[in-house]
Write a protein that binds this ligand. Structure first.
Ligand SMILES: NC(=O)C1=CN([C@@H]2O[C@H](COP(=O)(O)OP(=O)(O)OC[C@H]3O[C@@H](n4cnc5c(N)ncnc54)[C@H](OP(=O)(O)O)[C@@H]3O)[C@@H](O)[C@H]2O)C=CC1
Ligand SMILES: O=CCc1c[nH]c2ccccc12
Length: 298
């Protein structure tokens, strides 16, 4: 099990490294991989209505034999859902997941996925999410892909401040996302969660960070006495910023490597600063570009 955890603004303790069922597993039967992740030690499982695989997420949990009480199950409201869709969509998730509550329910996206589709009224959507929380059906509630104006839209009338804002976070977007993370911390202690964290090595290899990550991995390898990968350096960078890490892998060995990240020696402040500075030389956003395009430098 991941030995790193974070305490949310509602007092809930979240296992700091989560296994995701979107991206590579989107629309696919993820039962086998969920079981593999739980067997490797993951207890935080990140799902979503949009991933269209909540039933197989449930199947994977059953196959693992892990008690519900030891798991932290997340799902997300499908992008584009209007306020009146929230409760029926949530109830359908509970049914598909085969649980009577989720640990964390997130509003996946603040705007419709396509131009021309009806736009959700964010304060109304949030009130519906709060009602689910009040009934104890979601222990914690939060948002995903919310920029500062989206947070500002819900905070004045919110009875419950979002606990989490799940965002694409890695060094190649840090310059644009850091203000959102900071705003969340300063406006109700909203914890950021990172997805797409391995982008610099998986989707933007050859970028300016490559030599920096290699040097840090080499230093940590010597100090740790076992091989430390550049992926682990990126994961450590996320965790040291007090950000939850949501990642995924089809490979058992890599799953164990992700969880081991928590045990590695810390990056130094100078190493983190260098990753931030060199990361800022390249802008590479992979997900939810329709939400973030206007704030990105390119
Ligand atoms: N809220 C939102 O809008 C979003 C949420 N998410 C959530 O976050 C989760 C994780 O997102 P994701 O972007 O995939 O996470 P990561 O950026 O952590 O990437 C994980 C992927 O990287 C691959 N990988 C890892 N290490 C290496 C390596 N050294 N070389 C080559 N490939 C490697 C893995 O493949 P392999 O199987 O080969 O190990 C895996 O497919 C999703 O499943 C989803 O739950 C994701 C996007 C948007
Ligand atoms: O959550 C992010 C990745 C993702 C994969 N499939 C979909 C569908 C709709 C929104 C987001 C996503």
């Amino acid at each position: 099990m991941s030995s790193v955890s974070f305490t949310l603004n509602d007092g809930t303790i979240v296992p700091g490294i989560g296994f995701g069922t979107g991206t590579a597993l989107f629309g696919k039967d993820c039962a086998g991989q969920v079981k593999q992740a739980i067997d490797a030690g993951f207890v935080h499982l990140d799902g979503a209505q949009a991933y269209n695989n909540e039933e197989s997420l449930s199947e994977g949990i059953k196959l693992s034999g892990k008690p519900r009480s030891e798991l932290f199950i997340v799902t997300k409201l499908r992008p584009g859902a209007l306020a009146e869709h929230v409760k029926p969509a949530f109830d359908a998730s509970l049914k598909k997941l085969g649980v009577d509550f989720v640990d964390l329910f997130l509003v996946h996206c603040p705007i419709a996925m396509k131009a021309g589709d009806p736009q959700p009224d964010l304060p109304e959507v949030w009130h519906e999410v709060e009602a689910i929380h009040a009934q104890g059906l979601a222990k914690s509630i939060g948002v995903s892909n919310f920029r500062i104006p989206h947070l500002q839209a819900i905070l004045p009338t919110a009875k419950v401040i979002p606990s989490v804002n799940q965002l694409e976070i890695h060094p190649y977007v840090w310059k644009t996302v850091e203000p959102i993370v900071k705003f969340g911390v300063e406006n109700g202690n909203i914890t950021a969660a990172s997805y797409g964290g391995l982008t610099p090595i998986v989707r933007a290899a050859g970028g300016p960070l490559d030599p920096v990550l290699a040097t840090v991995a080499e230093r940590l390898t010597k100090e740790f006495g076992k091989p430390v990968s550049t992926g682990q350096v990126l994961s450590k960078w996320v965790l040291q910023k007090k950000i939850i890490l949501v990642t995924t892998s089809s490979k058992e060995e890599r799953l164990r490597e992700y969880l081991q990240t928590a045990e590695l020696p810390d990056l130094t402040e100078a190493e983190i600063a260098e990753i931030d500075t060199v990361g800022a030389k390249l802008h590479k956003r992979v997900f939810m570009k329709h939400v973030f395009d206007d704030t990105d430098p390119q």
